[in-house]
Design a protein around this ligand. Structure first.
Ligand code: PEP
Ligand code: MG
Length: 903
């Protein structure tokens, strides 16, 4: 029989798959002997069974009874008892944290009887009725699916009637009346009484948490965070402790280090006389955690001790939720805390400096995605800016855009390509689509741990929260700041590092991390301008990248077609060029020469003249690039795209000729061109006359490129330089194709070497693997190749049969929505399909030539997940755009360390 229920004393932090993150960490804290209110976790396996079958597993009820009795015995109280009742919370908790995305119900066990027992036991009648009305409100909204506004409107109406503004000003009598109103809402909306049976409440709430895995907002969040949809959530049932039992009680959230800077200290928010949800929701403004020291020194000291203990135990920044119930501290949750990208780098190195972790471990505490975030531009410090408000710096970055107030406006702006900033009083999980669409988020209420802040940090989105000067009227579409009124027409800029809000457009500048990456440590430190945090960050990035470079096996090259790009690539640490696409060198003012090649007869003087002119220009291109890349490999891909890309557009020519004919006669040159364009028109150009096929179809074309390259290399060798060109043949499918081009290439190399009297034996010839047939016959192709580079863009296109220029914008959103894939296979390698073809190509190639050099130069070469795959499959190098080179270096280091651990 499958076991579905685990007491907190049974698990540990390694069991996130089964118990969810929250459940596993509650078990770990219980194991550490920390004051955790007793409870149990219903496993993710139970949720998966529920989602599969549509009913809870039959044996669950019995297991819950046993687990509940165990908790009751520990507490010496019974669920929903008429005197001194045990109350429990029911919370979701998936393997990966999904803040606020799924449901929570507190105060389960209260009913018309036990509310009196709670009043008696707590000696606080008001608290008891407030707890009961909260239960009906949460239960009504999340379990019974009643519109939440019905409850909050009833509460507001009551406050108005009593002439009070704060909930806390309502009396026990008021709240007792509110309970009746709430019960009437349930009856009116659902035609049923609010369930009085505590166990029924518990079971219904559990099922609601299971169901909440599949809400729309949970789906959106998972898609964005690349969390698989089939994991399911665990359900944590835990003894309630109360932060809202009057003075001496309260609840808070804290971090062992600052989650935006990484600095050690006391970071967190505390709310007196409140329940946990009040802090996270950002409804009331919180006190800094340090205020607890004055309010309740014992609890504060105990909490500091636990924070330190947890950080030592987890060897990482922890994020903690706690409650103080009448002077007694309880730990409700801990986890390795989400943090900003900058904090991730700083904390990793701080922990190394404190000897809590090794450099290898530190490398796995940061990601390529975080490094990318740090490379984002920031506001230009020297620009004149009009500061209009200040809030908390909740998530870094610089966002500029027009003001939007809700999801619809944000999504509409994004669809029109207009940048926008989502401005809200506070956010809640329903605002997720707007947060996704906006450049940044600005709220008027809530602290660094509010929903907006936590979610924005997780997404790497700029966020400023708690800008209290803002009076937001979403309905009227206005933001009032002092006597200034802004509307949706206005642009604002928010700085996620300082919390500043500016009016109007603000120019942005490079990040100091990018300055470091491009210019080295000294340049980076100079760009930090003495700022301590930035200096620490640059040093941390430097140490981690240096370590990554020292452990990685994968070499990192760049895709570059110009001397400038090549230089940038070198600055970013590229060790060579993995793909120089030569077709760009045939466009612009050189296009007429290509037209002449196409229009002229094979073997004609005209064609030869066009070839000669092109060769001369190409040689100049290669000279410059090889010079920049002196001593480093430079893979030159022979011309690849379909011919029609070099010819005028068919439709405009047709129109031109037709119009001219109608007006008395077309230019014969145009007519001739039209006939040629028609001849070369293809229904599926990506599968047509391109790559090696073009090289064979148009004799002399590849030859001129190879000669230009060899001549350029020869000239540099004669100057005492060390050019390392590699000739790469695109879209090869058969060994014969490669043999033909290779023979031609070898003859040219020998000819130029003899002619110029230099050694060109280092010039190699290889092929791109872009077709399934090439991968599946790589053992043959390897006889004719010195190297292979997987062109995973075309390989994805040909393995899936997707037209790469068409599909992403058309039906991929639906494919992602329908879970056919989580991310576009053009972005991150489709490991099962395309990946298997790559792996097979590697195996076959190496079966012929054990040491053949293998790389990848498709877009995937710069994608973190794909880089891990390429390491594991045994490639020698990845090649990506210059800007992604640092990310590739870091990820190549990370995967090398991971592989070391799993050896
Ligand atoms: C590829 O196909 O992966 C590749 C790098 O070539 P291109 O994108 O130029 O077709
Ligand atoms: Mg290609």
């Amino acid at each position: 029989m499958v076991k579905y229920v685990y007491d907190f004393s049974e698990g540990d932090k390694s069991q996130k798959d089964l118990l969810g993150g929250k459940g596993a960490n509650l078990a770990e804290m219980t194991k550490l002997g920390l004051p955790v209110p007793p409870g149990y976790t219903i496993s993710t396996e139970a949720c998966r069974a529920y989602l599969r079958e549509g009913v809870v597993p039959e044996t669950l009820a019995t297991e819950v009874t046993a687990a509940l009795r165990n908790v009751e015995d520990k507490m010496g109280r019974h669920l929903g008892d008429a005197t001194n009742p045990l109350l429990v919370s029911v919370r979701s908790g998936a393997k990966f944290s999904m803040p606020g995305m799924m449901e929570t119900v507190l105060n389960i066990g209260l009913n018309d009887q036990s509310v009196l027992g709670l009043a008696e036991a707590s000696g606080n009648e008001r608290f008891a009725w407030d707890s009961y009305r909260r239960l009906i409100q949460m239960f009504g909204k999340t379990v019974l699916d009643i519109e939440g506004d019905l409850f909050s409107e009833a509460l507001d109406a009551l406050k108005k009637e009593r002439g009070v503004t704060a909930d806390t000003d309502l009396t026990a009598e008021d709240l007792r009346g509110l309970v009746e109103t709430y019960k009437a809402i349930v009856k009116a909306e659902k035609g049923m009484d609010f369930p009085q049976d505590p166990r029924a409440q518990l079971d219904m709430a559990t099922e609601a948490v299971f169901r909440s895995w599949n809400t729309e907002r949970a789906h959106i969040y998972r898609r964005r965070e690349r969390i698989p949809h089939d994991l399911g959530t665990a359900v944590n049932v835990q003894t309630m402790v109360f932060g809202n039992m009057g003075d001496g009680s309260g609840t808070g959230v804290c971090f062992t280090r600052d989650p935006s800077t990484g600095h050690s200290g006391v970071y967190g928010d505390y709310l007196e006389n409140a329940q946990g949800e009040d802090v996270v929701a950002g409804i009331r403004n919180t006190l800094p955690l340090s205020a607890l020291e004055e309010l309740d020194k014992n609890s504060y000291d105990e909490l500091r001790g636990i924070m330190r203990k947890l950080e030592t135990h987890y060897r990482d920044l922890c994020d903690i939720e706690f409650t103080v119930e009448r002077g007694k501290l309880w730990m409700l949750q801990t986890r390795v805390g989400k943090r900003t990208a900058a904090a991730a780098f700083r904390v990793a190195i701080q922990l190394v400096d404190e000897k809590l972790i090794t450099m290898d471990e530190a490398l796995n505490r940061v990601t390529g995605d975080q490094l990318t975030q740090l490379m984002f531009p920031q506001f230009d410090a020297s620009a004149s800016k009009e500061l209009v408000a200040r809030g908390m710096a909740a998530s870094p970055g610089a966002a500029v855009g027009v003001i939007v107030f809700d999801n619809a406006q944000a999504e509409a702006a994004a669809a029109e390509g207009r940048k926008c900033v989502l401005v809200r009083r506070e956010t809640n999980p329903d605002d997720l689509p707007g947060m996704v669409a906006a450049e940044g988020v600005l709220t008027a209420r809530g602290g660094k741990t509010s929903h907006a802040a936590v979610v924005a940090r997780g997404m790497g989105k700029t966020c400023v929260c708690g800008a209290e000067a803002l009076q937001i009227d979403a309905e009227a579409g206005t933001v009032t700041i002092g006597d200034r009124v802004l509307t949706g027409e206005d642009t604002i800029a928010i700085d996620g590092q300082t919390g500043e809000v500016f009016f109007g457009e603000v120019p942005v500048t490079d990040s100091p991390v990018t300055t470091y990456l491009a210019g080295g440590l000294e340049a980076g430190l100079a760009a930090a301008e003495g700022d301590e945090g930035t200096t620490e960050l640059i040093e941390a990035v430097h140490k981690l990248l240096t370590h990554a470079d020292s452990v990685r096996r994968l070499r990192v090259r760049a895709n570059a077609d110009t001397p400038e790009d090549s230089r940038r690539a070198l600055d970013f640490g590229a060790e060579g060029i993995g793909l120089c696409r030569t077709e760009h060198m045939f466009l612009g003012d050189r296009r007429p020469l290509v037209e002449r090649v196409i229009l002229s007869e094979e073997g004609s003087t005209e064609r030869q003249e066009a070839f000669d002119a092109l060769e001369k220009l190409q040689k100049e291109d290669f000279l410059q690039m090889l010079d920049v890349m002196d001593g480093k490999a430079m893979t030159v891909r022979l011309i690849d795209p379909p011919l029609h890309e070099f010819l005028p557009s068919l439709s405009s020519l047709e129109v031109k000729v037709a119009l001219a004919k109608a007006n008395g006669g077309a230019d014969p040159a145009d007519e001739e061109m039209l006939a040629t364009v028609r001849r070369f028109h293809e229904e599926n150009p990506m599968l047509g006359l391109r790559g090696v096929r073009l090289g064979i179809y148009l004799p002399g074309l590849f030859a001129l490129q190879m000669r230009a390259l060899c001549e350029a290399a020869a000239e540099l060798v004669a100057q005492g330089k060390d050019p390392r060109p590699e000739i790469m043949v695109p879209l090869v499918g058969s060994i014969r194709e490669l043999q033909l081009i290779r023979a031609e290439g070898e003859a040219i190399i020998a000819e130029v070497a003899a002619d110029k009297g230099v050694d060109l034996s280092k010039v190699t010839i290889g092929a791109m693997i872009e077709l399934p047939r090439a991968a599946m016959t790589a053992e043959d192709l390897a006889h004719e190749a010195d190297f292979f580079s997987f062109g995973t863009n075309d390989l994805t296109q040909t393995v899936w049969g997707f037209s790469r220029d068409d599909v992403e914008g058309v039906f991929f959103p639906q494919y992602i929505e329908a879970g056919i894939f989580g991310t576009s296979p053009f972005e991150s390698i489709d490991v099962h399909g395309v990946g298997t073809v790559v792996a097979e190509g590697v195996r076959r190639a190496r079966s012929t030539k054990g040491d053949i050099k293998l790389g990848v130069c498709g877009e995937h070469g710069g994608d973190p997940l794909s880089i891990h795959f390429f390491h594991n499959v045994g490639l020698d190098y990845v090649s990506c755009s210059p800007f992604r080179v640092p990310v590739a270096r870091l990820e190549a280091g990370r995967v090398a360390v991971e592989a070391k651990v799993s050896e």
